[in-house]
Design a binder for this molecule. Structure first.
Ligand code: DGL
Length: 267
């Protein structure tokens, strides 16, 4: 495999750009091909079978584009599809749940951990299982926060309705006396300050994106797949629908501007 080939990154839509942001920061030599399934977002409320089918289609597309490794930058897709994708493909595939769970296990002192995510991620109990594999006597309190995704995509990071909804969702997390809370959804890093205010300033918020980028770096290195040239990184963004919205809203997630979005329809 060509070491200068891009890393394929996919998400149900725009949110996975929070992972791209970290990849660009930590792996500046790597090229990235991002696929956001904006035609079929959200994955959060969909069944595991549907999310697995979508994920398989995206992986086949990314492989057809010659990627050297794949980052599943979507918590819901990681929860429902990662084991099958790894079994079916002979290239490194990195998800967001193992790195996030590892960071939470390292951060907690009281072994009381909160996990917030989409309905699908919480129902799968994937974070809970992984945290308990690392810390068998941990107490994990999970809470689905489905209204956060549309609020964030609307740009309402610190509006009154967002604060009220955050209080409603997160007061039980605060009352569970957790000392670390995993932001188990691609969008939630953008809501860090509101979430932090409700769960308490002394609670560590775990951003899976940072940990996932670190794990990706390690995986590329151990497979001799890390890019060798420093001046060749290029980025391609593909959406399955509404590229103008991707372009406009995506900047908020990526933290820098996107010049061009291609459209590719799957399924
Ligand atoms: N990307 C999804 C995740 O991280 C959130 C958006 C959706 O529901 O598709 O779980």
């Amino acid at each position: 495999m060509d070491r200068s080939a891009p890393i394929g990154v996919f998400d149900s839509g725009i949110g996975g750009l929070t992972v791209v942001r970290e990849l660009v920061k930590q792996l500046p030599n790597e090229s990235i091909l991002y696929f956001g399934d904006t035609a079929r977002v959200p994955y959060g409320p969909k069944s595991p079978d549907t999310v697995l089918r979508y994920s398989r289609e995206i992986v086949a597309f990314l492989r057809s584009q010659g990627v050297k490794a794949i980052v599943v930058a979507c918590n819901t897709a990681t929860a429902h599809a990662l084991p099958a994708l790894r079994e079916e493909n002979d290239l490194p595939i990195i998800g967001v749940i193992e790195p996030g769970a590892r960071a939470a296990a390292a951060a907690t002192r009281t072994k009381r951990v909160g996990v917030i995510g989409t309905a699908g991620t919480v129902k799968s109990a994937a974070y809970e299982k992984e945290i308990k594999r690392l810390l068998p006597d941990a107490f994990v309190f999970s809470q689905a926060c489905p209204l956060f995704v549309p609020l964030i995509e609307e740009g309402w990071m610190d509006e009154d309705p967002t604060r009220l909804i955050a209080e409603r969702y997160l007061t039980p997390v605060a009352e569970a006396n957790t000392d670390a809370v995993v932001l188990g959804c691609t969008h939630y890093p953008l809501l860090k300050s509101v979430i932090g205010r409700v769960v308490g300033r002394d609670v560590r918020l775990i951003d899976s994106a940072e940990e996932t980028a670190r794990e990706t770096a390690g995986t590329l290195r151990s497979n001799n797949l890390d890019a060798e040239r420093a001046d060749q990184a290029c980025y391609r963004f593909i959406a399955s629908d509404a590229p103008e919205t991707f372009l406009r809203v995506g900047q908020r997630f990526l933290g820098s501007s996107i010049d061009r979005v291609e459209t590719v329809t799957l399924g």
